[in-house]
Structure formats: structure tokens, C-alpha cells
Design a protein. Structure first.
Length: 334
């Protein structure tokens, strides 16, 4: 089944902040943020065991436990198992560094085998307090987490997680599966395999206003031609696009900050919010099924919804293109 037929709308909720991403979020604020999303009509919620060592799933499960289960879609991820024991050593989270330093102290191990995939899903069901998960993404199977060793991890998943998820999708236990990554190459490799039959993937940070060339040229046409779909995570590039200090989980470079300033100058002249520019750019590509910005404060939800519906004159997009701030081949909402 195509992702666009599963997802209830173009705007979803990315739960990484609920895992205390970058800061310790009070419990009541986290639950209120999910409730605000529900009241604003959001019905697609994405999560992962990695987010705060299960904290984000626990919080989302508490927030959604009394909602009608047939009215919303949940995706979560496999590839990590959250253990009951406490982590004694510093975690190696690749380029994601210490973004979840304020999460639970539980030990997290990386395991993409068949049995670990099934166990991960069972654990997520418990934390999310639900009887089913609609979409499963295989998490962080790329260079940013494993460096040159990522191909070995990919092979582990090819013979383990991919086969498990193919079977679960075919027997109706889940509706769809794919990768949940921050790099284009892993999705390309998955689509080139003969065996597994993914339904799409979640691509974070690689099809945004600030970074989209590689995905545009190498991945999106292939996805569209196969009738699959891409969910775009991190449409604000870890906050850099909307004035935050971080890009790709680390302090933004002068080059990135200069690009943000150039886009914002044009946006200000046209009365366009940066959130609207970011969301609407990503969604203009026909391969994109949904965008899932993260939020850790209730008021951010209303901002995202407004940004999705904000009218933007075509002159804004043309000026971005003329200034070389977007790839000339990128589809725009003209």
C-alpha cells in the first residue's frame, strides 16, 4: 500500500523532542504538546526507541492512550533495543552526539537482526500502550551513525530486519515499512535490492530548503517512478532554518547561517514565514507523502499548521530560484 494511502494528512508529528532532545522537557509540557497536536487535527505520529531511550514512546503512549486507535497512524523504528539496565559508558551516537543526554539512562544496543526487530516492535507496543504499529522504519542505517561500517550494518538488516518487516507487512501486522535515515545513500541502496519490497522511507534533513540537491537528483525520481513515498523529517534542519543555533544536531556553520540569512531576507520582503517556506518547499515534490516537524511546546503545533496553509506568492519562489538558493530543478509551489 502506498504511503499516501496510509497517512491521514500531509502534516505529522515528529516525536524526537519528546525524548528530551537538546533539553529536559517537563512531563506536563510534553503531554500537552501531543494533546495540542491532536486538537489541531494531526493524526500521524512518528516515534523511535532511540528518542531518549524509550522516553518519547512512553510519553506519546500516555498522551494517546485514550484516543480512538482507528483515528490515527503511528510509525516507530527498529534497530535499537532499550534495555532495563543503566548505561555505564558514554554512548556513541555518531553525528547525533549527545542530543538525548537528558533522556532515560537505560542502555541502548544496536541490533538489526530478525529476532531483535520483532522484540523491538513488541517493546514499542508496550511503551506506546497500543495494540498495533502502522509503519515501521529501520533506524539510522547510514554513514552518519556508523561511518564506514554502515554497509556491514545494512547487510545485517538485509538478512534480518528487512525480511521480518516484509513478512509482517504481507501478513497485515503492519501496513508499511522502509528506512528512517538521515542519508540518501542508504535509501538508494535499499531500492536497488531485488529482495525486500519497502513501501517508502523516512528521510530526515535531506530534502529541505537548506539541503536538497542529492535527494532531488538521485532519490526522488526513483521513488516517484516506483509509486512509493518519502516522509520528510527535520524540515527545519534541526532548527537552523527558523533561527535556531543547530544544523544536523550540531552548531550551524557560518555557511549555513549565511544561507539562512539570505533566504530570510527574501522571505521578509514577501511577508513569508520561514516555517511556511520550509514545509511548503518539501511538500512540493510529488514523491513526498508528508512532513513531520518536531515540537516540544504546545504553541509550536499551531505555528506548523498555520505554516502549512499560509498563502505564498509565486514571486517568492521565483526569487529564491533566481538567487540560486534552491536547485533550479526542484519542484516549487508555483
Amino acid at each position: 500500500m502506498a504511503l499516501k494511502d496510509i497517512l491521514p494528512s500531509k502534516l505529522g508529528f515528529g516525536a524526537a523532542p519528546l525524548g528530551n532532545m537538546f533539553r529536559a522537557i517537563p512531563e506536563d509540557e510534553a503531554l500537552a504538546t501531543v494533546e495540542a497536536a491532536w486538537k489541531d487535527g494531526i493524526r500521524y505520529f512518528d516515534n523511535a526507541p532511540f528518542y531518549g531511550a524509550g522516553l518519547a514512546e512512553i510519553r506519546m503512549g500516555e498522551a494517546l492512550k485514550d484516543k480512538p486507535r482507528d483515528q490515527y497512524v503511528i510509525s516507530t523504528k527498529v534497530g535499537r533495543l532499550v534495555l532495563d539496565e543503566v548505561e555505564e559508558e558514554a554512548r556513541d551516537n555518531g553525528e547525533k552526539g549527545d542530543v538525548f543526554a537528558n533522556g532515560r539512562p537505560n542502555k541502548v544496543i544496536n541490533d538489526y537482526s530478525h529476532d531483535a526487530t520483532l522484540r523491538s516492535i513488541e517493546d514499542s507496543l508496550t511503551r506506546l500502550q497500543t495494540d498495533r504499529i502502522d509503519i515501521v522504519w529501520v533506524h539510522d542505517l547510514a554513514q552518519d551513525f556508523y561511518g564506514d561500517a554502515w554497509i556491514g550494518k545494512f547487510e545485517e538488516a538485509r538478512t534480518g530486519a528487512f525480511k521480518a518487516l516484509d513478512r509482517l507487512r504481507d501478513d497485515g501486522t503492519i501496513k508499511a515499512w522502509g528506512l528512517g535515515v538521515n542519508r540518501v545513500e542508504a535509501v538508494e541502496l535499499l531500492l536497488d535490492l531485488d529482495g525486500p519490497r519497502p513501501d517508502g522511507s523516512l528521510l530526515a534533513g535531506r530534502y529541505t530548503l537548506l539541503d536538497h540537491d542529492r535527494a532531488l537528483e538521485r532519490l526522488m525520481p526513483k521513488v516517484a517512478n516506483r509509486g512509493l513515498g518519502i516522509v520528510i523529517g527535520g524540515p527545519y534542519s534541526s532548527g537552523a532554518l527558523v533561527g535556531g543555533p543547530n544544523f544536523e544536531y550540531a552548531p550551524a556553520t557560518p555557511k549555513i547561517l549565511a544561507k539562512v540569512a539570505a533566504i530570510k531576507a527574501i522571505a521578509d520582503r514577501h511577508g513569508v514565514s520561514m516555517k511556511a517556506a520550509g514545509l511548503q518547499f518539501s511538500l512540493a515534490n510529488p514523491a513526498v507523502a508528508a512532513v513531520i516537524p518536531g515540537a516540544s511546546r504546545p504553541q509550536r503545533i499551531a505555528e506548523d499548521t498555520a505554516a502549512l496553509n499560509e498563502p505564498i506568492h509565486v514571486d517568492f519562489w521565483r526569487e529564491l530560484r533566481d538567487a540560486g538558493l534552491v536547485n533550479p530543478a526542484a519542484p516549487l509551489p508555483l
